[in-house]
Design a protein around this ligand. Structure first.
Ligand code: HEC
Length: 134
């Protein structure tokens, strides 16, 4: 009886360990996505955007942009087009916008032709979501 219980406990322990392992692996996968995203961001976005709070350049600071309504950053003169877009930035809206800003928000003043690769857009979005990830 005792032995059986012990086995069950051991098996449970193993299962829990597997569970933690899977979560850890997922965490690493997300972090490396963000790291890839940083490389793309630095090459294609950083000329106009910072991910630091309150640092507006040619484009607004993108600090904490994920989950926020479009054109919410204080102190940046957004286009009327973006202000009136009523978009909320999430995985779907960001991916569409970054694929072709002018098509999604006609009249936006973001002078960027778009990032055609869906996987690269996903990486940039992972980075925007968590710029601290390594
Ligand atoms: C040449 C400058 C430039 C480049 C390059 C650029 N942007 Fe922008 N971005 C802007 C400007 C200007 C705006 C404001 C648009 C408006 O008001 O219509 C903007 C707006 C945005 C917004 C909306 C912000 C908000 O608060 O609603 C996001 C998100 C964004 N850019 C992401 C990116 C990403 C990611 C890249 C790189 C893949 C990028 N941008 C490349 C200039 C740029």
């Amino acid at each position: 009886m005792k032995a059986t219980n012990g086995n069950r406990v051991r098996r449970l322990g193993f299962g829990v360990m597997l569970g933690f392992g899977a979560v850890a692996v997922l965490g690493v996968a997300q972090a490396s996505n963000a790291a890839q995203g940083k490389v793309i961001f630095d090459a294609q976005c950083a000329a106009c955007h910072s991910v630091k709070p309150g640092v507006n350049g040619i484009g607004p600071s993108l600090y904490g942009v994920y989950g926020k309504p479009a054109a919410h950053v204080a102190g940046f003169a957004f286009s009327a087009a973006l202000k009136n877009s009523h978009l909320v930035w999430n995985k779907v809206t960001l991916s569409k916008f970054l694929a072709n800003p002018q098509a999604v928000v006609p009249g936006t003043k973001m002078p960027y032709l778009g990032l055609p690769s869906a996987s690269k857009r996903a990486e940039v979005i992972a980075y925007l979501k968590n710029p601290e990830a390594k």
